[in-house]
Design a protein around this ligand. Structure first.
Ligand code: IPE
Ligand code: MG
Length: 239
C-alpha cells in the first residue's frame, strides 16, 4: 500500500492525512476482497524499515493502527474474517499490540477470509529469523542439516500457515518489492498501478484481478505441458 504521503502532500495536506485516507482504502479493499470470495489478503502496513521515519509519523501510524483495529472489529467478526499478523509484533507499542492480539484471538476460528497485516515486517529479517530457528534446532540435535529443505524453511517463516500469494499489487507507480515476502513471492504475478493507495478502490482491484486472470502461469514449465493433467503447474494452480 504505497503513496499515502505523496497523495497528501500533492493536496497540501500533512502526510498523516494520507495515512488516514489510506485506512479508508484498507476498509474498502478488505470489504471488496471478502465480497469477491478471495481466501487470503495480506497488507503490507508497516515495514521494519518504517521505524526510521520521523517519530511523529511513526506515532501517528501506530495511533491509526489502533483506530483501525477498534473500528473494524465488528466488520471482521461479522464477516467471518480471521485477523492475522506477520512481522515483529513484539516491537509494536503495547497500546496497539494488546487490542491487535485480542482481535486476532477472538477471530481465530473464522474461516471466510484470512486478513494478514504485515507489521514491523521485513522479508530479509523474516528469513534471518527462520534460519536462526533452524540452526537452533540443529544445535539441539532435533534436526540434521540434510533435513533442511524448502518445506523446513517455509515451516519456520511467519507465513508458515499461509499459501504463497498469487498476486501482488503495489500502488503509487513504484515498481519494487521493498523487502516484502521475498521467499513467498517466487512465482507471484506482479501488478503495478500508478494509482496512489488512498485512491485505490474496487474498480482498480477488479482491473488487477482481470489482468491476473489473463496471465499464463507456467511455474518453469512450457505452455504445452500446462494442459497435462498431472503436471506440477496444475498441482500448483489448484492451491
Ligand atoms: C504507504 O504510504 C504507507 C506506509 C508505508 C505506512 P507512504 O507513507 O510510503 O507514502 P509515500 O511513498 O511517502 O507517498
Ligand atoms: Mg512509500
Amino acid at each position: 500500500m504505497d503513496g499515502n504521503g505523496r497523495w497528501a502532500v500533492e493536496r497540501g495536506l500533512p502526510r498523516v492525512e494520507g495515512h488516514r485516507a489510506g485506512a479508508d482504502a484498507v476498509h474498502r479493499t478488505v470489504k471488496a476482497c471478502r465480497e469477491l470470495g478471495l481466501s487470503h489478503l495480506t497488507l503490507y502496513a508497516f515495514s521494519e524499515q518504517n521505524w526510521r521515519r520521523p517519530e511523529a509519523e511513526v506515532q501517528a501510524l501506530m495511533q491509526l493502527l489502533l483506530e483501525y483495529v477498534r473500528r473494524e472489529r465488528a466488520e471482521i467478526l461479522d464477516n467471518d474474517i480471521r485477523l492475522n499478523a506477520i512481522g515483529q509484533i513484539d516491537r509494536l507499542p503495547a497500546f496497539v499490540r494488546g487490542p491487535l492480539r485480542e482481535l486476532m484471538e477472538r477471530s481465530a476460528g473464522n474461516r471466510g477470509m484470512v486478513l494478514t497485516l504485515a507489521l514491523s515486517y521485513g522479508g530479509r529479517e523474516e528469513l534471518v529469523a527462520a534460519t536462526r530457528r533452524l540452526a537452533e534446532r540443529v544445535a539441539r540435535g532435533e534436526l540434521a542439516p540434510d533435513d533442511i529443505d524448502e518445506a523446513a524453511l517455509e515451516g519456520h517463516l511467519d507465513t508458515h500457515d499461509l499459501p504463497d500469494p498469487d498476486l501482488l499489487i503495489r500502488t503509487s507507480g513504484e515498481e519494487r518489492i521493498s523487502n516484502f515476502l521475498l521467499w513467498q513471492l517466487a512465482y507471484t504475478e506482479l501488478h503495478f498501478t500508478p494509482v496512489a493507495w488512498p485512491e485505490f478502490d474496487r474498480t482498480h482491484l477488479l482491473e488487477a484481478l482481470d489482468r491476473f486472470g489473463a496471465r499464463e502461469r507456467r511455474f518453469g514449465l512450457t505452455s504445452a505441458q500446462l494442459g497435462a493433467p498431472d503436471s506440477l503447474a496444475s498441482e500448483k494452480s489448484r492451491c
